[in-house]
Design a protein around this ligand. Structure first.
Ligand code: MEV
Length: 317
């Protein structure tokens, strides 16, 4: 019996970093997916395979002692095995169509798909329990996560999210495209979040920016509901300005933002920043032009649609 789960990646439209400190963020699940397949085995190991790595780890191992790249998967597997007093092992295969370390939530999508695949093998398909397990697993490598990324990867669509109240689906029929361009500078979310924490501790600017970001997010929700792309784009560019002030942009990202703004409605970093991807807001009138400005300069770029299905799970014999 195979338990197969797939989770979408994500883009943060507004509020990354500020969300870690309680500000509301707006996120979108995007139509790029990670699939995790789990089967039971007769040995006492958790075997994890992906295109980049493979490891067989004895179940008796403490999860803290495993390599970071395997740790969330091992954590979920061990917890589930123990909960069900299962006597065998697990074989977990990861198939990713999401570039990693570039702000598109590959780690969160992995945690969500793995939680669903592993827990689903033991008959647990409750989304809230899967989400909790995914966030706990992500915390084994990134302690400060706000939980926003795992939440949108679980439920899909467009959501607003804050740490206190959790998520609310935004009842919007998106009429826009997101163009995603990759700086190819990989980053560690944990390291960038720590850098922002130091910035916050050193200066009052951060708390002022939190207040401004909160106002901006409310305006963005209104623009999204009214499909007002010109104002939404301007708000994205304003959000980019706040992200620059907290120090998570750099020269390359800045020049990509300039390129994007020459054709799109507005653009910003998505995710932790310091590298990774930028997103540009477009519709049919400027989508191709926006793609072209990046392709002409040899940037990897693609357009995405909002994924409305979220996590999917099936059992195959
Ligand atoms: C990372 O995709 C988003 C951050 O806000 C961190 C988090 O919310 O956990 C930088």
């Amino acid at each position: 019996m195979k338990s197969i789960s797939s989770s979408p990646a994500k883009a943060i439209l507004f509020g990354e970093h500020f969300v870690v400190y309680g500000v509301k963020a707006i996120l979108a699940a995007i139509d790029k997916r990670i699939t995790v397949t789990t089967t039971k085995t007769d040995d006492d190991k958790v075997t994890i395979r992906s295109t980049i790595a493979r490891s067989s780890i004895p179940i008796s191992t403490q999860y803290e002692k495993t390599k970071e790249v395997f740790r969330p998967f091992f954590y979920i597997a061990k917890k589930t095995i123990q909960k069900h007093s299962f006597k065998g092992g697990l074989d977990i295969t990861i198939d990713s169509h999401v570039p990693s370390g570039v702000g598109l939530g590959s780690s969160s999508a992995c945690c969500v798909a793995a939680s669903s695949s592993i827990m689903g093998l033991f008959g647990n398909n409750f989304p809230d329990e899967i989400l909790k397990m995914a966030i706990d697993a992500e915390r084994t490598i990134f302690k400060e996560t706000s939980g926003a990324d795992c939440t949108v990867c679980t439920f899909g669509g467009l959501i607003e999210y804050d740490k206190k109240n959790g998520y609310k689906r935004l009842d919007v029929k998106p009429k826009f495209h997101l163009v995603i361009a990759n700086s190819k500078i990989s980053h560690s979310t944990d390291a960038v979040v720590s850098k922002v924490k130091k910035f916050k501790e050193k200066s009052d600017v951060f708390s002022n920016l939190c207040a401004q970001e909160s106002e901006l997010v409310e305006m963005a929700i209104k623009s999204l509901k009214e499909n007002e792309l010109v104002s939404l784009g301007k708000l994205m560019s304003q959000n980019q300005n706040y992200l620059e002030q907290i120090g998570v942009s750099n020269e390359k990202l800045g020049s990509m933002i300039k390129l994007a703004n020459s054709t799109s409605f507005g653009s910003k970093i998505t995710g932790a920043g310091d590298g990774g991807c930028i997103i540009a807001l477009a519709d049919e009138s400027n989508l191709n032009k926006t793609m072209d400005v990046f392709s002409n300069k040899n940037y990897e770029c693609f357009s995405v649609k909002i994924d409305t299905t979220g996590l999917q799970h099936k059992i195959e014999s």
